[in-house]
Design a protein around this ligand. Sequence first.
Ligand SMILES: Nc1ncnc2c1ncn2[C@@H]1O[C@H](COP(=O)(O)OP(=O)(O)OP(=O)(O)O)[C@@H](O)[C@H]1O
Ligand SMILES: [Mg+2]
Length: 544
Amino acid sequence: MSVLARARVQVLAGNVANQIAAGEVVERPASVVKELVENGLDAGARAIRVELEDGGKTLIRVSDDGAGMDRDDAQLALQRHATSKIRTATDLIGVATFGFRGEALPAIASVSRFELETCGEGEDATRLRVTGGKLDAVEDSVRQRGTTVTVRGLFYNTPARRKFLRATATETRAAVEALTVLALTRPDVAFSLTSDGRVLLDCPPAARLIDRAQALWGGELADTLLAVSHRAGPLEVSGLVQRPAQARPAGRKGYVFVRGRPIRDPFILRAAEAGYRSTIAPGDRPSLLLFLDLPGDAVDVNVHPSKLEARFRDKFFVEKVVGEAVREALAPLEAAAPLGGVGFQVSGAWFQREGSASAVAGVPLELFRAESLTPDTRHQTPLLQVFDTYILFQTDSGVAIVDQHSAHERVLYEDVMRQLSGDGAPAQRLLLPLTLDFAPSGRSIVVHTAPNPHPRFEAARCLQELVSDLAGGRFGGWQNRLERFAATYACRAAIKAGQTLDVGEMRQLIVRLLTATLPAHDVHGRPSMVQLPKEELERRFGRT
Ligand SMILES: Nc1ncnc2c1ncn2[C@@H]1O[C@H](COP(=O)(O)OP(=O)(O)OP(=O)(O)O)[C@@H](O)[C@H]1O
Ligand SMILES: [Mg+2]
């Protein structure tokens, strides 16, 4: 048995407790940026400025134009558990401010040379100076309404922690990311970040999330994003999700916000990706900005030391609804990739697109209905096949261009999924049964009936390709076996490119495509349809 000297139990001195708390709250300059910017937002700021030197290792300064504090409050704010944001534990339910613990300022001040300058409306300004948690000075100051916190020499008095700081570029990147996340929560607030004098972020106040996304990442990404807006019971899902065809395996933006707070939740991101099922290639990761709004008592935001997680009362419900929301966003034809902005943009005010990603194209479906097919052709939308591969037609807001193979693939995929889940598959009895031999076992199978997706369908060849695809692991990334089968079949059975179609065939295909659930996306993560918005034509020909 080991003999340890028995130590006396003692309450830690306040500053030691602060430093320990700092271990949880302040990990690196980015965490300081996060806490100070959150405080600015909680104080009602309209503009927040962040300055970094040496990735924040030398200096972090956050200035806001919020409500500020009077001298007493400023001094109190530096004490642990001092907060203006909640009074009782029940206030935590549905808390609407970022802060509620009263931890951040004392924690940061205990591990840095800290200066806080603040001024409330119509009050005198105050400057406080704290070194390693010890209050050095309380002085008069002169400034406008708002608060500026300057943090120098982060972790100067805890060398073990300072050692863990990374290269300047890495810390800068983390701080930019911390600000980016918060900038997404409040498009209406202006944010900027400079690093060693260089402006890295500059976001003017914006009306819409898409404008904020554009300010943060540029139009190229913003143009690929579609709006999500879906409600189910108490849960509202909104935000932006990327068009399937523009999803890539790397570099996606994935953000989840719950009641306006950023959280990390890989399960919600995965649930959203599940909503993309059958529209993206396995391995592709669409960008996702998801805002979940639900009543305060349906979620607990106080389960993580830096509030990066939330606990839902009914997680399964939340995930299910997120998946539905994504699917709903991908369903309309507006989700088709626009053949305008992206990769097509001509600079100059004339051709500038107006913020929002896609032109709205509703296709007047009645022009395609089967009954109008035969007797009266006057009101039918003309269809044009070009290169024996693409079908062009006019919509009420532009020109749609459909890839006949991709479109047919989407249609067949949805048919097969429906049939597999109960409807049964219509099949044609073959006059002459087919006998197919399969290597290497040498087994033969005899086929008596086969589907008949189009007149040029070759059943034997399709079955052989299907078996070899499935054996060879095509669509191997797809988890669901039925979906894998349906996608493989659809891909092999669909009309090929290079096939001449008559008007009846084209019309039938377009009718079926436009009544599909996700008409604009094929099963490989490519578009089945692109649109040339009318405004784009008008712009190009100088009609606007
Ligand atoms: N930029 C600011 N403008 C106005 N008041 C501020 C500002 N920063 C802090 N305060 C005041 O100081 C208090 C303490 O701030 P601190 O960040 O330490 O705690 P908190 O925000 O209440 O909770 P949390 O620790 O969860 O962030 C706040 O409750 C607020 O009243
Ligand atoms: Mg705070």
